[in-house]
Ligand binder design. Structure first.
Ligand SMILES: Nc1ncnc2c1ncn2[C@@H]1O[C@H](COP(=O)(O)OP(=O)(O)OP(=O)(O)O)[C@@H](O)[C@H]1O
Length: 462
């Protein structure tokens, strides 16, 4: 076999710097401007490794990759400026050894080549699967490119994945992308927010129950594990899972079997677990609040989502996308950001991350007066209005209700007050539950529980 590294890229500049870097690393390099000339060269030679661009005039790099894999030539590293998840995943599915998102760091490229060469003979390439539609997961910052690369790399594997990141950074979207890029995509994606369900209901929610298993269990219920059979179970806010249930979950993950609550039938599950947390799981383990062995099982591959303020390069792209999407969804005339407004948005901190940015854009789609959004439309932090005398209204309501003979008004009033305060706090803190709870002076779990014990997904977004 030849010891040459072949580079196929129609961009002469990329070819040049890459070839130089590889030669500096002691490798022999041959350059090609398109896929056709690679094919021609293949008639009487084989590369030790091919680095190919995805988009080239004529035949693209992915077709070349498929062809080389079919002939047993490789490894192949795919390069592309087209950094969405679908391309990355398609490249890995077609058998790419690695994926380099352009512009890449030259040291990183050389390291990828050396790694791929060291891995030869590579494992048999997985059979090419049909290309799936792209995801709504957007981003062009280096940090997000790395996330896309990781998704593409691990989606097809059966490994459990732990996604970490602040609230609203897109953890659920990443979990969905992992599911959709996997062989499980035809089966269910089931999500369960551990923090949104009272702990006493969590067990039956996860594993199901038989009729009569406990008061109120009138019929058999297939839990999330069963619902996700063959597919992916997304366990959100895993850090909030009570210890007793952690023990049970660990046993299920280790044995692959479980009983429904109150059941005798042993159920064998085939479910891929993707877990997420906004908490520092290692700190929770250290504090004795999270089982180390469970963390170990969930944290096989970790995808860390940076806060939006740590990847400001993504803000304009996301903002424009959300503004257009909101106009479409709400059937409003399309608007656009002025340059200055976009700049101002990109400078904001967004403690609620992408969700907060999305909410801001929806608000702007509705309330900004002109077609072009100006910095003044963004609105700064508004001055707090004087506290209205809501107790007068409350007194009036209570008097009428009591006069009507109602007897549970304390509970109802409290619920309404809790709800109002929490919605207000969430709106101010861009949906960030922890910040909202802290601002109100209540625990985050209390807030989540009160906002919707009956809901399994996130409570309504402001
Ligand atoms: N990279 C992205 N591209 C496009 N939309 C995004 C991206 N990241 C997040 N979003 C959107 O932002 C919102 C919040 O994302 P998501 O629910 O996935 O966050 P999360 O990290 O799971 O939040 P939480 O921790 O509060 O559950 C969603 O509406 C999602 O569609």
């Amino acid at each position: 076999m030849s010891e040459e590294i072949w580079i196929a890229d129609d961009d002469r500049g990329v070819r040049f710097v890459l070839a130089e870097a590889l030669r500096d690393a002691g490798l022999a390099v041959r350059e090609f401007g398109d896929a056709e000339s690679v094919r021609e060269a293949l008639r009487d030679a084989r590369p030790a490794l091919l680095l190919t661009d995805v988009r080239m005039p004529g035949e693209g790099g992915l077709a070349l990759l498929n062809d080389l894999k079919a002939r047993g030539v490789g490894p192949v590293i795919v390069m592309s400026a087209f950094t969405d998840v679908a391309t990355t995943a398609a490249a890995y599915r077609a058998g790419a050894a690695d994926y380099l998102a352009k512009p890449f760091d030259l040291d990183q490229a050389v390291a990828a080549v050396q790694r791929a060469l060291a891995d030869v003979p590579a494992a048999a390439a997985p059979p090419p699967a049909p290309v799936v539609p792209a995801h709504a997961l957007l981003g062009e910052s280096p940090a997000m490119r790395e996330v896309f690369r990781l998704i593409g790399r691990v989606a097809a594997s059966e490994l459990n994945v732990l996604i970490t990141g602040e609230t609203g950074t897109g953890k659920e979207l990443v979990a969905r992308a992992l599911h959709e890029e996997s062989a499980r995509r035809e089966r269910a994606f089931v999500a369960l927010n551990t923090a949104a369900i009272p702990s006493e209901l969590l067990e039956s929610e996860l594993f199901g129950h038989e009729a009569g298993a406990f008061t109120g269990a009138t019929r058999r219920y297939a839990g999330r594990f069963e619902q996700a059979e063959g597919g992916t179970l997304f366990l959100d806010e895993i850090g909030d899972m009570p210890l007793a249930l952690q023990t049970r979950l660990l046993r299920v993950l280790a044995g692959g079997e479980f009983y429904r609550v109150g059941g005798r039938e042993l159920i064998r599950g085939n479910v891929r677990i993707v877990a997420a947390t906004h908490q520092d799981l290692d700190a929770r383990v250290a504090a004795g609040l999270f089982r180390a062995d469970l963390k170990h099982r969930l944290d096989v591959v970790r995808i860390e989502l940076p806060a939006l303020r740590q990847r400001r390069a993504d803000i304009p792209l996301l903002a424009q996308h959300f503004l257009a999407a909101a106009a479409r969804e709400l059937k409003l005339p399309p608007k656009r950001f002025s340059k200055a407004a976009l700049k101002a948005v990109a400078q904001r901190d967004f403690p609620g991350n992408v969700r907060e940015l999305e909410n801001l854009c929806r608000r702007l789609a509705v309330i900004a007066p002109g077609v072009e959004i100006l910095p003044a439309d963004l609105g700064g932090p508004a001055a707090a209005p004087a506290l209205g005398d809501w107790t007068d209204a409350l007194r009036e309501w209570a008097a009428l209700a009591l006069a009507d003979g109602e007897s549970d008004i304390h509970a109802r009033a409290r619920e309404a007050m809790d709800h109002t305060l929490m919605q207000a706090a969430l709106a101010v803190h861009g949906g960030h539950r922890q910040h909202a709870a802290a601002a109100l002076g209540v625990g985050r779990n209390t807030l989540t529980r009160k906002l919707g014990a009956s809901r399994t997904r996130r409570p309504s977004r402001p």
